[in-house]
Ligand binder design. Structure first.
Ligand SMILES: Cc1ncc(C[n+]2csc(CCOP(=O)(O)OP(=O)(O)O)c2C)c(N)n1
Ligand SMILES: [Mg+2]
Length: 340
């Protein structure tokens, strides 16, 4: 870090984003282990600096297309924490009415479109949202979050190419956590890294320390500003690591001994806190206040979710087949809906 620290409110904002995701996911993990929480979860614990550093630059009307490991992307962009907790609890008060679960968190009012479980599929969607912004002559920016594994999918190449040739206001954020499920990055990719692939599309790119929220913040600031100015897309490859396994309580036994410990030593939260307090010791009270508020916020969200009603089973049909629901006949073929 050579640049001066951002101003204090920004430091508080970054810490808030980091900690909100950390404590939210800690609560989710513990509830999952006690079987209080149904379904599956893909935790981003350890990777929080990527979403925190990027989303600190985004306006509410900018778009984020989260990955399936998207709790941090949703929360850092300003998604409603209670609605996310209730969704993972499968409660009617969740952001998808409780019928979806962890992978599709969304809050359209905060510019967060639903996360998609198809790896990489959000990349061309972000290009499409960026095209919509261009056609509307707005200065909105669309950001796609995805993993290293997604960079081997066709969507990655199509999305980057389209955004490049039309100079769309898109930013592509790859959280390279070294694994796609249990397969190491270097077993699936002969290229040294993801960032170098951007040169095939004449897109500027950078590989950076994704556990350093200030480094992410600086690089993302340039990328978002360039997109807003109409200078086209950027790819950032943020090197990071998930502290948990791929999903649920999977222990990640495929990782070589000592690797997790190396990354735990680079945990983005204590690292950021140490940098801030070293240069501005009087911010200790500000950070402690953030910790107090978020602990309460998460505890309150768990309680809210716990006492919320379960969805009406018919809601599954209503939300999936909404346009056809009233026309649906099991004997005949469904009539064409006015919405189709
Ligand atoms: C198109 C597609 N292929 C395979 C899968 C199964 N799958 C789910 S997550 C995952 C790994 C994704 O790895 P990466 O993009 O690096 O994201 P990470 O899990 O590391 O965050 C795979 C292969 C899928 N959901 N979609
Ligand atoms: Mg990965």
């Amino acid at each position: 870090m050579t640049d001066p620290l951002p101003p204090r409110p920004l430091l508080v904002g970054l810490y808030t984003r980091l900690l909100r995701t950390r404590l939210f996911e800690e609560a989710v993990y513990n509830l999952f282990l006690t079987e209080t929480m149904p379904g599956t979860v893909h935790l981003s614990t350890g990777q929080e600096a990527v979403s925190a550093g990027v989303c600190a630059h985004l306006r509410p009307d900018d778009f984020v297309v989260p990955s399936f490991r998207g709790h941090g992307e949703y929360l850092a962009k300003g998604g409603n924490l209670r609605a996310a907790m209730a969704e993972i609890f499968a409660r009617a008060t969740g952001c998808c009415g409780g019928v979806s679960g962890s992978m599709h968190l969304n809050d359209v009012s905060a510019g967060i479109i639903p996360g998609i479980a198809i790896v990489g599929a959000g990349i061309p969607i972000a290009a499409g949202l960026a095209l919509a912004a261009r056609l509307r002559k707005s200065d909105q920016v669309a950001v796609a979050f995805f993993g290293d594994g997604a960079s081997n999918c066709g969507y990655f190449h199509e999305g980057l190419n389209l955004a490049a040739v039309w100079r769309l206001p898109a930013v592509f954020i790859c959280a390279n956590n070294l694994y796609g499920v249990s397969t190491p990055f270097d077993r699936t990719t002969l290229a040294d890294n993801v960032a170098e692939r951007a040169s095939a599309y004449h897109i500027p790119a950078q590989r950076l320390d994704g556990n350093d929220v200030l480094a992410v913040y600086q690089a993302a600031g340039k990328a978002v500003a360039a997109a807003r100015r109409g200078e086209g897309p950027t790819l950032l490859e943020c090197m990071t690591y998930r502290f948990h396994g791929h999903s649920r309580a999977e222990p990640g036994r495929y990782r070589p001994q000592g690797e997790l410990d190396e990354w735990l030593a680079r945990d983005p939260l204590p690292r950021f806190k140490a940098v801030v307090l070293e240069s501005q010791p009087d911010m200790a009270a500000d950070l402690a206040e953030v910790e107090r508020v978020i602990q309460l916020e998460v505890a309150e969200a768990v309680e809210f979710a716990r006492v919320s009603p379960e969805p009406d089973p018919a809601a599954v049909l209503r939300t999936i087949f909404l346009p056809l629901a009233s026309d649906l006949s099991l004997r005949g073929s469904p009539r064409r809906s006015q919405y189709v």
